[in-house]
Design a protein around this ligand. Structure first.
Ligand code: MEV
Length: 308
């Protein structure tokens, strides 16, 4: 049985989303996780994930390992015992790890669906989403749930923590460049640091979160009404707020500035920050030039994606 899941990118609202403000995220289908589950004559449940050099039998994994936890939580939700026959689980991924593209959530979504199909049980998207959210907590501590939601539904999502994500229509397609610093984004750490800073200066952070909420709201309206050109300025504004929240870094700022100088309509970091990815809104005819500028400014790789 085979299942795949896309990557994701946050357009607006990261970090503020942990504090109940809305955020916008879209799937990135050029990168994917694919999970294959097959019966095997070898005893045990074997997991192979060559991208992270993992070849392990389930019972040898630490009890809080995210992949082991997906398997245990799924069978307990289905009220089934773990299979006693041999199983081979192969996880192939083209989603860069710890870059803000949701690789962990994508593995969990594809693995959950492939295993459920293998035991001939059907799961609703909501069940998949809830199960994967529990796993996200192992990776990130206090995640908002945006990653699992956009990856489970594989549609653009307007997300408020604790509510079902609202999918929305894209009035006119637009192009973004994703630039990877190559530095693993320490999301758990940056989320914890923002919490510490928020506790120290609650009023200051709450007002920044409110500004970000406005940005996300206006961005959604602009996208739905076919005015994606408005997003550039909103990205620049959102990035400035993320810098004030101390979650940018010199490498991300260099890529953001290079994109703007090369003609991007706006740019910002995306995800947890302090590494990982940035995004830039571009006119399609400028995509190549902006991608080259981002690479020259230190990006390890770029992806160009059309949001539609
Ligand atoms: C990480 O992809 C996005 C953050 O907002 C954390 C979260 O939403 O859980 C930084």
């Amino acid at each position: 049985m085979k299942s795949s899941a896309p990557g994701k990118i946050i357009l607006f609202g990261e970090h503020a989303v942990v504090y109940g403000r809305p955020a916008l995220a879209v799937p990135v289908t050029q990168v994917q996780v694919e999970v294959n589950v097959a019966d095997s004559s070898n005893a045990g449940i074997w997991i192979h994930a060559p991208a992270v050099d993992m070849h392990a039998e389930l019972s040898a994994l630490p009890s809080d390992h995210p992949i082991g936890s997906v398997i245990h939580n799924l069978f307990s939700m289905l009220e089934l015992p773990l299979p006693t026959r041999g199983l081979e689980i192969n996880i192939e991924s083209t989603i860069p790890v710890a870059s803000g593209l949701g690789s962990g959530a994508a593995v969990s979504v594809a693995l959950t669906r492939a295993l459920a199909m293998h035991v001939e049980r059907s799961l609703s998207d909501e069940q998949v989403n809830n199960l994967v959210y529990e796993i996200e907590k192992l990776y990130h501590g206090t995640p908002s749930g945006i990653d699992n939601t956009v990856i489970t539904y594989a549609k653009p999502v307007y997300f408020i923590k604790g509510k079902p994500g609202e999918t929305f229509k894209v009035g006119k397609p637009f192009t973004i460049i994703i630039g990877d610093t190559g530095i693993p984004a320490p999301t758990k750490q940056s989320v914890a640091d923002v919490r510490r800073a928020w506790l120290k200066d609650t009023n200051g952070f709450e007002s920044m979160f409110n500004e970000i909420a406005q940005i996300a709201l206006i961005a959604r309206r602009s996208i739905e009404s076919g005015r994606p050109d408005m997003l550039g300025e909103l990205m620049d504004h959102n990035h400035a707020l993320l810098q004030r929240m101390t979650v940018s870094c010199s490498e991300l700022d260099a890529l953001v500035n290079a994109a703007r100088e090369a003609g991007a309509l706006g740019a910002k970091l995306s995800g947890g920050g302090r590494g990982g990815n940035m995004i830039a809104l571009v006119n399609p005819e400028d995509a190549e030039k902006v991608a080259q500028a981002v690479l020259s400014a230190g990006a390890k790789k770029t992806l160009t994606t059309e949001v539609s």
